[in-house]
Ligand binder design. Sequence first.
Ligand SMILES: Nc1ncnc2c1ncn2[C@@H]1O[C@H](COP(=O)(O)OP(=O)(O)O)[C@@H](O)[C@H]1O
Ligand SMILES: O=C(O)C1=C[C@@H](OP(=O)(O)O)[C@@H](O)[C@H](O)C1
Ligand SMILES: [Mg+2]
Length: 164
Amino acid sequence: MCVLVGAPGAGKTTIGNALAAALGVEFRDTDQDIERMAGKPIPEIFVDEGEAHFRTLERAAVAAALASCPGVLALGGGAILAEENRVALVGHTVVHLSVELVDAVKRVDLGAGRPLLAINPRATLRYLMEQRRPLYEEVATATVATDGRTREEIVADILPLLVR
Ligand SMILES: Nc1ncnc2c1ncn2[C@@H]1O[C@H](COP(=O)(O)OP(=O)(O)O)[C@@H](O)[C@H]1O
Ligand SMILES: O=C(O)C1=C[C@@H](OP(=O)(O)O)[C@@H](O)[C@H](O)C1
Ligand SMILES: [Mg+2]
């Protein structure tokens, strides 16, 4: 199993899908699992129940996804904030998809659905990325840079990192 971590806009969901397709294995994304568990989209969970409740659902989703062992698993950008999740990742192949602020801002601008970035996405992303970078590095067994690179180039970089 390969777990993808990184900042919002790093491409975890996109690259995870492409990587799983290239390998012919199952793809899971904890954000999609959380939406299914909650029966509503992530922005609504934040509005109705708050971030703390989202993080509780996220810890359950990470534990369940790791236990079910899909071929490729994308985590939400903030999943590594919980020590419980960082501990659960030990022993797995964890790839940090790194991204600099310029590309991350461009990419998150492409889509809605990230409640933490609803207001002033650039400043918020800069803060989140500074706060979290050491945690992504702590859990990662490898880092792949995504800036200015195509999905195909990134997938090609990840494939040799996977022990079969
Ligand atoms: N390497 C890339 N180059 C250009 N755009 C990308 C790349 N990877 C992802 N994207 C785009 O960036 C946006 C965010 O990607 P997403 O996979 O949702 O990131 P994450 O799950 O890490 O937040 C999407 O619109 C996606 O199509
Ligand atoms: O950075 C975060 O705290 C979050 C990132 C999102 O996932 P992506 O990193 O896939 O955008 C999603 O889990 C939620 O909006 C919270
Ligand atoms: Mg995602």
